[in-house]
Design a protein around this ligand. Sequence first.
Ligand SMILES: *Cc1c(COP(=O)(O)O)cnc(C)c1O
Length: 354
Amino acid sequence: MTETLDISITRNQNSRLAQTDFDNLPFGHTFSDHMFIADYADGEWKNFQIVPYGDIMMSPAISALHYGQSFFEGLKAYKHVDGKVSVFRPYKNAERFNKSAERLCMPTLPEDIFTHSIAALVDVDSDWIPTKAGHTLYIRPFMFATDPYLGVTPSKTYKYMVITGPVGPYFTKPVKVKIETEFSRATEGGFGYAKAAGNYGGAMLPLKMAIQQGYDQLIWTDSRDHAYVEELGAANVMFMINGKLITPSTRDTILKGVTRDTVLTLARDWGYEIEERRVSVAEVLEAAKNGTLDDAFGAGTAATIAPIGQIEHEGHLYTLSEPSQREFSNKVLKTLNDIRYGVVEDTYGWNYMV
Ligand SMILES: *Cc1c(COP(=O)(O)O)cnc(C)c1O
């Protein structure tokens, strides 16, 4: 893969691998030995480099810092049972990377450069991919504006970077969620569908308040009426009601998840009836009350399949069925893992071999 992209590689002479405790990997704290960097200037991407992971020097005037011309992606690499390494559906992330770029007036990146940069970096740091069940290498590509200029206009120069790190499970128990009825994550005409840095900064206060009230996460609702379910934190949300898999249809306010697409594809092939449409808070709560809510979970790369244990809405707490007894989410998680770790054949072509 590296042949197709001319990457200069500087090896890290002070590997931190031996000092890393692979039995204790909370999400996002540990970084592998190398990172990828490329520059955008004069209308093109250049200077493709893999260098030791470390701090970078920047002008304090870059518009990424002041005006949020900054966005990211998230995907994972897996070490298979036979030792081979794959990245899960990177071209889907490449496509979304460019949707985010366009919305923020930033340059797109050819999908092959995105994918090959990731494959080359994962290859250099393949010893960092955990082998323990449920553990993976999290990959964080991102782009940000670097013009040292305070005008509120799109920058002319950018950096594209990729960092990675081994991670354990994001949620270790079923999540207790609050349906948010005051704050909004995204609005019609906004950029909730992009992985723009600002979307996540703006979500921190509502989440912090919910955590103070004893919840783990928020279910975001539409900004106009707070009557329709949109997402679960930074994951898509799915419900099985009366045997039907129901999930909010994608729109301006909803991030079109790769995990969401993967789960829907599997469910469709297993013969489940699927509804992608607006999902009202009222119907979810009604199903929770009358016993027809068979399953409820978040779906995302970081969260994987995160079962919802309890849902709060306006002072009422609904306890859902015991997560270990749920048929669909357990089956989908097992199948996903079997495909990603190479236990079963990848008939969908989802694993990009490094
Ligand atoms: C990243 C993200 C998701 C999940 O997308 P995946 O491609 O499945 O990782 C869902 N919602 C939000 C808001 C996200 O940021």
